[in-house]
Design a protein around this ligand. Structure first.
Ligand SMILES: C[S@@+](CC[C@H](N)C(=O)[O-])C[C@H]1O[C@@H](n2cnc3c(N)ncnc32)[C@H](O)[C@@H]1O
Length: 226
């Protein structure tokens, strides 16, 4: 399997060569798969450190009292947000949703785990109930990265995001933006945003959150401006 993935990565690099030094590094970093070998306090976190730092800045800037995270996996990102709230002495909580339960989920008083599909009516009802008293809400979409699923999540979750806060669409770099072009990869988060944004002028792409020159979420930091 790993051998097959390496071949796939090489083919991708040949059919879609990097255009500049940022893309060259992005491709090298991404295809090395080191992002699948990245940890926060021993828990796997499937993110690029540049984006983790941006989250740290965002949490301080926005001070959300609730983060809704679609896609828990091992809970490394969830624990990271919880510990940031601890260190910052903020009252934030996190609801995290996944179709699969991992055996080693981190326990933390700020984290509520929901088991089920992020787009199921039962989960949406629970999220609505848990979010109803919250004043500043941020949403992070990091579950199934196919366009259709992300588009459904955008439609279902965008109204939880409060004015001035962010809707983060993760892994919009796939399907050729600039990695995993065309080969074995269908439309993904970037294409979902392209469909969603024209009819949602209340959200603006905040490119300043890509200041570290490489982000796994290009165009994916969406600020709610109205
Ligand atoms: C990329 S991982 C999440 C990574 C995690 N947020 C992190 O940063 O370490 C994607 C997760 O989404 C989950 N997932 C896939 N389809 C889903 C769905 N329909 N609803 C909720 N979670 C889903 C998978 O089980 C997987 O654990």
């Amino acid at each position: 399997m790993i051998f097959f993935k390496r071949i796939l990565a090489r083919i991708n690099r040949v059919i879609n060569p990097p255009k500049n030094i940022e893309e060259e590094f992005h491709a090298k970093y991404y295809y090395s798969k080191v992002w699948a070998d990245t940890y926060f306090m021993g828990k796997k976190v499937f993110k690029c450190p540049n984006d983790l730092w941006i989250y740290q800045e965002l949490l301080w800037e926005i001070k959300p009292d609730l983060i809704i995270e679609c896609g828990t996996f091992h809970g490394g990102s969830t624990l990271y947000y919880a510990k940031l709230f601890d260190v910052m002495d903020l009252p934030g909580e996190i609801i995290t949703i996944d179709v699969d339960a991992m055996p080693d989920m981190p326990k933390h008083k700020r984290i509520t785990y929901l088991l089920g599909s992020s787009v199921s009516p039962e989960i949406i009802d629970k999220v609505r109930d848990l979010a109803k008293e919250k004043k500043t809400v941020m949403v992070i979409l990091d579950s199934d990265h196919s366009r259709d699923h992300v588009l459904k999540e955008l439609e279902l979750y965008h109204n939880f995001v409060t004015k001035g806060s962010y809707l983060v669409v993760e892994d919009s770099n796939i399907n050729g933006h600039p990695v995993y072009s065309g080969f074995g990869q269908g439309p993904g988060p970037m294409e979902a945003m392209q469909e969603f944004l024209p009819s949602h002028p209340e959200f603006e792409i905040d490119r300043s959150k890509e200041k570290f020159l490489m982000s796994f979420n290009p165009n994916g930091y969406l600020k709610r401006i109205t």
